[in-house]
Write a protein that binds this ligand. Structure first.
Ligand code: ADP
Ligand code: ADP
Ligand code: ZN
Ligand code: ZN
Length: 845
């Protein structure tokens, strides 16, 4: 990372932002002029460098200038982190990034808190609510479950209480203790230790649990006592007694811990996500009996508005909320206390209701009216979250700002994209500039200005091929975007495949689905369509996946490195429905989702695909490595012997900042190489292992040309359009779409067995139309090999090419959740009720 500081001359007169010599990531010393007060769309194939220019250069520089102006000490920090590699940027206004979250959302916020609507609602209840006679006013904080003033004292504002029961900790009471009846106890040695302690204590470990005396069962599971006793592994109780009498020294002294104590203590204190997930299984949660799950104190819940308490109001879809507020804002609805008596209260109600309506209007227009204020952000898609934040900005009355957005159309049905474009227009009309990285051609066509980056990905991209009004791009031969924007050929007519059978689900109930029956063709490519919020993900990514997994009797693979489950995860939403047939053609289920392939920089493309195992073996087989007795483990940055000890193989160290989120800086010892000097002395064909991790997939394909197992993995990665990624690119730097394609590639490199059901949720996110083409080829290859592919999708190109379409809707939330049309694309395109039909008809021509 280079640290030349960009020139700060800001003439700002021309109405353009001037960039000179941008070299972030793959950018090849880019010079470009971009207009302000315009909608500018950055286009190009995935990996071409659009984000490196829009976010890595322009936004990063705006951010740097801002931070430097507010926090002089940040200067030192930027020297450590590196400033964007660019010679000069002139005319750059302050910037706000509305980026899609990469990796896991960290904060547990809700729709209400992100939009600040909850604050307004609390003010409304505090100052304009209907109080029972004689009750004192409750201050606004008193309506928040996250404050001591507001939280229900019984559940501390969680709404649920968590407990362990005999049933939850001993799921199978026909087992004996020796056969691990107490499932909640730790596995392996620690569990054996506890069982040995029970033997010393004289408990019967060979009788089925349910036949043990109640007193014993209670003590073993629930006691707070922690007796310390001698342990003689392998002895019976009688043998232990004899040993004690003969003063035979025990193997060790063991401390007893009841199952309850173990579960609750571990859940509260463990740092390991996996352990936490494991013990969470043995807890049950029930609604808090004091607040009825509403999380608030009784005083707060006694205050109502339009007959509802604030918790009930927060559970309504925002669309309903707006309907309730409208008459109040218009001064047509009076409070219970007569307006004449309390004119100031009526005024407050009206004022706040007006503000609420104004904000809600934007959210409804962006197609988010189906969300409730209390919906937690981790359960939302990145696209929904970005639109929420966008709506918040539209109301913020800022002007003279650059908004930098990352594929705002992700997750949007073409009908919703219209609303998005209106919101962007409003931001522009109030004097702002919009820089948008986008693939959706409907958005690209509406741009005032296009910056096309390319021509290809990684090393083969990084140049600005065109910068100007959309029409001019037609003359740029080299551009892949040109082809799609102007040639846009109709898909060749094709005959849909004939399914081998039908996978039928009946009575599916969850979120907005109520008793839905639906059939998916087996041995075909199916797309599930519908406006956002209609229920596609609920049906496919949740219900279908869980029901089929249950039917096949396999547990959905717990990702080893997950976020620790929160208390909410302990009690999953009830899932109704069952598979009524068709699993004959489905023997295996593989959900290929957009969840990160790992949450720390320790996982990367090479480790996830298994490719790195081969690479490490090649290094271990070199002459020097053999002479030094270095095995393959030596070349793992997760193993102590080979890695840099300063950063423990991360390559980065985290720098804690006062008042700001901590940032990662390159490790001062290994400078990001992750390995210790000894390991780096070993080379394979002249390169050390850190250099190999630094190669792109494309470069590695040439380098490993003679090593078939490595090549096979690399080839599939290239086929799904990931040739531009570096082998060691940390999981935390990958977008959801990239993670999804890595998972797909990992699947594709396995021998295709057929009879597998692949489930994908919007795999085209982040993909340029020419990359979508590559993806389609791969999906078709899977179907041709005898598998079934079911995809949630908005991309009309993909929908037109599928064998079967299931359109969910017609609207979002309660107005959706039904099958509006199902059939081959040409048939669905003729449906009168489907909102997808007109767009599909246009695509089919
Ligand atoms: P796009 O936005 O067009 O998909 P990017 O700007 O994300 O492309 O990536 C351009 C190139 O820079 C790619 O080769 C990518 O692998 C590389 N790249 C992206 N992020 C980083 C990073 N944090 N460090 C190094 N290289 C990166
Ligand atoms: P789509 O995939 O079509 O955009 P979803 O299946 O995500 O739609 O959502 C359908 C409905 O279910 C929406 O009203 C949404 O708000 C609701 N919903 C989805 N996930 C959850 C959840 N985890 N908790 C509560 N409601 C949810
Ligand atoms: Zn409570
Ligand atoms: Zn290091």
């Amino acid at each position: 990372m280079l640290a030349t500081r960009p020139a700060m001359t800001d003439n700002g007169q021309s109405g353009f932002v001037h960039v000179r010599g941008a070299r972030v990531h793959n950018l090849k010393s880019v010079d470009v002029e971009i207009p302000r007060d315009a909608l500018v769309v950055f286009t190009g194939v995935s990996g071409s460098g659009k984000s490196s220019l829009a976010f890595g250069t322009l936004y990063a520089e705006a951010q740097r200038r801002y931070l430097e102006s507010v926090a002089p000490y940040a200067r030192r920090l930027f020297d450590q982190m590196g400033v964007p590699e660019v010679d000069a940027i002139d005319g750059l206004p302050p910037a706000v990034a509305l980026q899609q979250q990469r990796g896991a959302p960290t904060s547990r916020s809700s729709v209400g808190s992100v939009t600040t609507l909850s604050n307004l609602l609390r003010m409304l209840y505090s100052r304009g609510g209907d109080y029972p006679p004689g009750q004192d006013i409750v201050y606004a904080e008193g309506f928040s479950p996250n404050t001591p003033q507001g939280a229900c004292p019984n559940c501390h504002g969680l709404g649920r209480v968590y407990e362990v029961t005999e049933q939850s900790m001993v799921p199978d009471d026909s087992l004996t203790i020796r056969d691990r009846a107490i499932a909640a106890w730790p596995p392996a040695w620690h569990g054996q230790n506890l069982r040995d302690i029970l033997i010393t204590l004289g408990y019967d470990v060979d009788t089925p649990w349910r036949d043990l005396p109640k007193k014993d069962r209670q003590w073993i599971l629930f006691t707070d006592e922690q007796p310390q006793v001698p342990v003689y592994p392998g002895y019976t109780h009688d043998e232990v007694r004899r040993a004690i009498r003969k003063k035979e020294p025990p193997a060790y002294m063991g401390t007893f811990t009841s199952a309850k104590r173990f579960v609750l203590h571990t859940f509260a204190t463990t740092e390991s996500a996996m352990v936490r997930r494991r013990v969470a299984r043995y807890m049950v949660s029930t609604e808090c009996p004091v607040c009825g799950g509403k999380r608030l104190k009784r005083e707060a819940l006694s205050v109502t508005f339009a007959g509802l308490d604030i918790a009930e109001m927060s559970r309504l879809p925002m669309k309903r909320l707006a309907e309730i507020m409208k008459p109040v804002a218009d001064g047509k609805s009076l409070g219970k206390r007569a307006t004449a008596e309390h004119p100031e209260q009526a005024m407050v109600r009206q004022r706040i209701a007006q503000d609420l309506c104004g904000r809600l209007h934007v959210l409804l227009d962006l197609g988010l009216g189906y969300l409730a204020l209390d919906r937690s952000t981790p359960t939302m898609s990145p696209g929904e979250l970005q639109r929420l934040r966008l709506a918040t900005q539209v109301r913020s009355n800022l002007f003279g700002v650059v908004y930098v957005l990352d594929e705002p159309s992700a997750g949007l049905h073409p009908a919703d994209t219209e609303a998005l474009l209106r919101a962007l227009d409003r931001l522009k009309a109030s004097g702002n500039t919009l820089f948008v990285v986008e693939h959706e051609l409907d958005v690209v066509r509406r741009a005032d200005w296009i910056v096309d980056v390319g021509p290809a990905a990684g090393e083969l991209g990084g140049r600005v091929l065109y910068s100007g009004p959309p029409a001019g791009l037609e003359r740029v031969r080299e551009s892949h975007t040109r082809r799609w924007l102007f040639d846009g050929g109709r898909p060749a007519p094709r005959t849909p495949r004939v399914p081998n059978g039908w996978l039928r689900l009946a009575d599916v109930t969850r979120n907005n689905l109520h008793g839905l029956d639906v059939a998916f063709p087996v041995g075909a490519l199916t797309t599930v369509t519908g406006v956002s919020g209609s229920g596609k993900s609920t049906l496919v990514s949740q219900a279908l996946v869980e029901l089929v997994a249950e039917e096949l009797g396999h547990e959905i693979a717990d990702e080893a490195e997950g976020e620790p489950p929160s208390l909410e995860d302990v009690a999953p939403a009830p899932l109704g429905g069952h598979v009524v047939g068709g699993t004959a053609g489905v023997r295996r289920l593989v959900p290929v989702d957009q969840k990160p392939i790992g949450r720390t920089p320790r996982s990367n493309l090479a480790t996830y695909t298994g490719l790195f195992d081969h690479v490490r073996k090649l290094f271990a087989a070199t002459k020097t490595a053999r002479a030094r007795k270095y095995d393959a483990g030596r070349f793992s940055f997760n193993v102590a012997k080979g890695r840099c000890e300063n950063c423990e193989g991360e390559g980065f160290v985290s720098v804690e900042l006062l008042f700001l989120p901590s940032v990662y800086a390159p490790c001062p010892v290994c400078h990001g190489a992750r390995y210790n000097a000894k390991t780096l002395e070993i080379t394979y064909r002249g390169r050390n292992v850190a250099e190999v991790l630094g190669m792109t997939v494309d470069a590695a394909r040439d380098f490993f040309a003679d090593d078939p197992p490595v090549c096979r993995s690399l080839d599939v990665l290239r086929e799904v359009g990931l040739g531009y990624l570096r082998l060691g690119q940390p999981a935390t730097e990958l977008s959801g779409g990239e993670a999804q394609r890595i998972k797909l590639a990992t699947e594709l490199q396995r021998a295709t067995r057929g009879n597998t059901l692949y489930v994908l949720d919007e795999p085209t996110t982040g993909l340029h139309p020419s990359d979508v083409e590559k993806l389609l080829t791969q999906l078709e290859r899977l179907v041709d090999a005898g598998n079934t592919v079911i995809v949630v999708e908005h991309d009309m190109h993909v929908i037109a090419r599928s064998d079967w379409v299931i359109d969910i809707g017609p609207g979002a939330g309660d107005e959706g959740g039904r099958v509006v049309a199902a059939g081959p694309p040409a048939e669905v395109a003729r449906s009168k009720a489907s909102r997808t039909a007109p767009y599909l008809a246009r695509e089919l021509g």
